[in-house]
Design a protein around this ligand. Structure first.
Ligand SMILES: C[S@@+](CC[C@H](N)C(=O)[O-])C[C@H]1O[C@@H](n2cnc3c(N)ncnc32)[C@H](O)[C@@H]1O
Length: 407
């Protein structure tokens, strides 16, 4: 997880692209800028390398089949046809992935990437990046397909219902209610909130996600006009052969269908670095996000800081800490009990709490192996007159004894 965020240069943006992607604005040293560009091209190359990577795997399958004794090959007479079908699906994925990264160099309002010849040098992508790309393909199902509706209903609906309950359109001008969705993934939750008329900004850090959401939000016009084959990389736990090669169409809605004058945007960059302005947001909605932190206390601290007094934090998700067991990465793995304790000490008031919301995440509904997340859901308010243990910036967090004794 060594993604960096976008940088500082200004550039023209294609007027046809409706939702602007803003890079994080900050003065970076030359070296950081260079690394940033290299990272950008590394991810573009991962999208382009996909076909080679899958092809290698299919060739390996073929070789292994051909090594079987003939009597076994004869028993598996449809096996090579199955591989041919997988190859056809892979080609379709490849076409979509190529389209996603076409013109990506211009997608950021304040950063151009196509000037840098050096950074473009392509080589084989790592298994890590290929896994990320496959996860991104599955994320299309979760966010933008009919097949993902049940999953969205379990994850996004509770958050959306709370926003509507707390900021009802009958009682307030929802276009003035500012909602932030950090770790927005492919942007569907943020889009749904904007679709209801709220002012909504998604924030995302991964170029895999940013390229893909840009493609959906800015370039997909027609409903269900495109098809991905998200499950072709899964060779285990298939009941029927067709389960592996079934396609999923997207987008299930017209992404451009938002209320007139809607205020919907996405920002690129690390949530902790992008959002430093105090008292700005009426609502921060996090879904499957807080466990992406190196130090979840920093997320709590930032959310406290950026919420307006009286603002709410709505959260749904598990605690599958992304940096756990990663060499040389800071990872503070707290239980929900510990997180809640810290939030209370900061000054948050819990208004809603459900400790067992069952959800899935990019589930393959036909698979013989499924994961079920037993998520926590809460609504916590920053009081109108806040009392906080985090008043003076990040260093406060290091004084845990102070936190313990002052409440
Ligand atoms: C598990 S995914 C959840 C995505 C989406 N909220 C959903 O429910 O489908 C977590 C997302 O947070 C993003 N992310 C992780 N750390 C981040 C950070 N520091 N700032 C912004 N986004 C981040 C990841 O790239 C990933 O897309």
């Amino acid at each position: 997880m060594a993604d960096s965020s976008t940088g500082t240069e200004s550039t023209e943006v294609n007027p046809e692209e409706r939702f602007l992607y803003r890079g994080r604005t900050r003065c970076s040293p030359e070296e950081e800028d260079k690394l940033e560009r290299q990272h950008f091209w590394k991810i573009i190359n991962a999208f382009k390398y996909y076909r080679t990577h899958v092809e290698e795997n299919l060739k390996r399958c073929e070789r292994q089949y051909l090594r079987l004794p003939l009597r076994h090959q004869r028993l598996l007479s449809g096996y090579l046809d199955k591989l041919a079908e997988l190859r056809r699906c892979m080609e379709c994925n490849h076409q979509v992935l190529r389209a996603i990264v076409q013109n990506c160099t211009h997608m950021f309002e304040n950063m151009e990437y196509d000037k840098d010849e050096d950074a473009r040098r392509a080589g084989p992508s790592s298994t890590f990046d290929m896994d990320k790309l496959k996860s991104t393909i599955k994320q299309f199902v979760r966010d933008w397909s009919d097949a993902g509706k049940a999953e969205r209903d379990s994850c996004y609906k509770p958050i959306i219902e709370e926003i509507q309950r707390l900021f009802p359109s009958e009682k307030c001008d929802v276009s003035q209610v500012k909602v932030l969705v950090p770790g927005a993934g492919l942007g569907r939750l943020a889009w749904e909130i904007a679709h209801l008329g709220y002012s909504c900004q998604g924030n995302e850090w991964s170029f895999f996600m940013l390229f893909s959401s840009n493609f959906i939000l800015n370039r997909c016009e027609k409903e269900n006009s495109l098809t991905l084959y998200p499950w072709i990389h899964q060779f285990s736990n298939n009941k029927m052969s067709h389960d592996q090669t079934r396609g999923v169409t997207f987008p299930d809605v017209k992404p451009h269908h938002l209320p007139p004058d809607s205020d919907f945007s996405m920002t690129a960059g690390d949530f902790l670095e992008v959002y430093t302005d105090s008292n700005t947001w009426d609502c921060v909605a996090t879904c499957f996000f807080i466990d992406t932190a190196h130090n979840v206390l920093e997320y709590i601290e930032t959310i406290w800081n950026i919420l307006k007094p009286g603002g709410v934090w709505i959260n749904l998700g598990p605690l599958l800490y992304h940096f756990e067991n990663m060499a040389n990465e800071l990872s503070i793995e707290l239980s929900y009990e510990e997180i809640k304790d810290v939030m209370l000490k900061c000054g948050f008031l819990f208004e809603v709490e459900r400790e067992s919301v069952l959800t899935t995440y990019t589930e393959n509904e036909h698979s013989m192996l499924k994961y079920l997340y037993d998520c926590v859901f809460f609504v916590a308010r920053k009081p109108v007159t806040p009392y906080s243990n985090f008043p003076n910036g990040k260093d406060e967090l290091q004084y845990s004894k102070t936190l313990d004794t002052t409440m």
